[in-house]
Design a protein around this ligand. Structure first.
Ligand SMILES: [Zn+2]
Length: 216
């Protein structure tokens, strides 16, 4: 079964451009929000003067995932694992008023201890930043790979993946890196996936849809 999923990291007001384009096409994505950036003074840096209500509204219909509190490289700061996994999850659940089940490792960097902490914190799967186009769903749902990262060449790369017949496509990156031209390319990527009959969904829904075929 063909499925595409998208994820955006760090939390930023440019996320809302992506959410708007996806929502208009009845698609979903996961936004991995760094919990410490929903509080002053980091909130102003990432979301300008928008308050929490506007931030919640901007993510309407989209999945929110955990991405730490301070965005530390977890393998270098094991003393912060509880904060970056458990506390991050609780804060997001409080702010967004819904269960948080997906996690993305900051910078994609993890080790066995990190993976165990993410699992123990109650997340049901976790995204890396490893690019592995033919094997997005691998044996470990705590090491979810990506097909491609957002870049100026992303539409061409995506078309090659569609032509290669990859069953699962996972596009990931950072909306804050997008220029105004990139949003046009992004719209064309959404169209290309939909025309090729890939539903575009969140990482959480992706795992539910793919679970019959994926290892646990
Ligand atoms: Zn990040």
């Amino acid at each position: 079964m063909k499925i595409a999923t998208m994820s955006f990291d760090d939390g930023h007001m440019k996320d809302f451009n992506a959410a708007c384009i996806l929502g208009a096409n009845e698609c979903q994505a996961t936004f991995y929000v760094t919990a410490g950036r929903l509080e002053p003074p980091r909130m102003e840096e990432y979301y300008g003067v928008l308050g929490l209500d506007r931030i919640r509204e901007g993510y309407t219909g989209m999945e929110i995932g955990g991405h730490g509190v301070a965005h530390y490289i977890l393998v270098e700061r094991p003393e912060t694992l509880e904060l970056e996994t458990v506390t991050a999850r609780r804060r997001l659940e409080t702010v967004f008023g819904r269960p948080i089940e997906s996690f993305a490792y900051p910078y994609g960097i993890r080790d066995k201890r990190t993976i165990a902490a993410v699992r123990a914190a109650g997340y049901t799967h976790a995204r890396t930043y490893d690019v592995d186009p033919g094997n997005v769903v691998n044996a470990n749902r705590y090491e979810h790979a990506v097909t491609l990262k957002f870049a100026p060449s992303m539409l061409d790369t995506l078309r090659r993946c569609i032509d290669a017949g990859h069953e699962h496509i996972h596009v990931a990156g950072h909306a804050w890196q997008f220029s105004s031209d990139d949003w046009e390319i992004f719209k064309r990527m959404v169209e290309a996936l939909l025309v090729a009959n890939y539903p575009i969904t969140s990482n959480g829904s992706f795992w539910r849809l793919a679970s019959g075929e994926a290892g646990r």
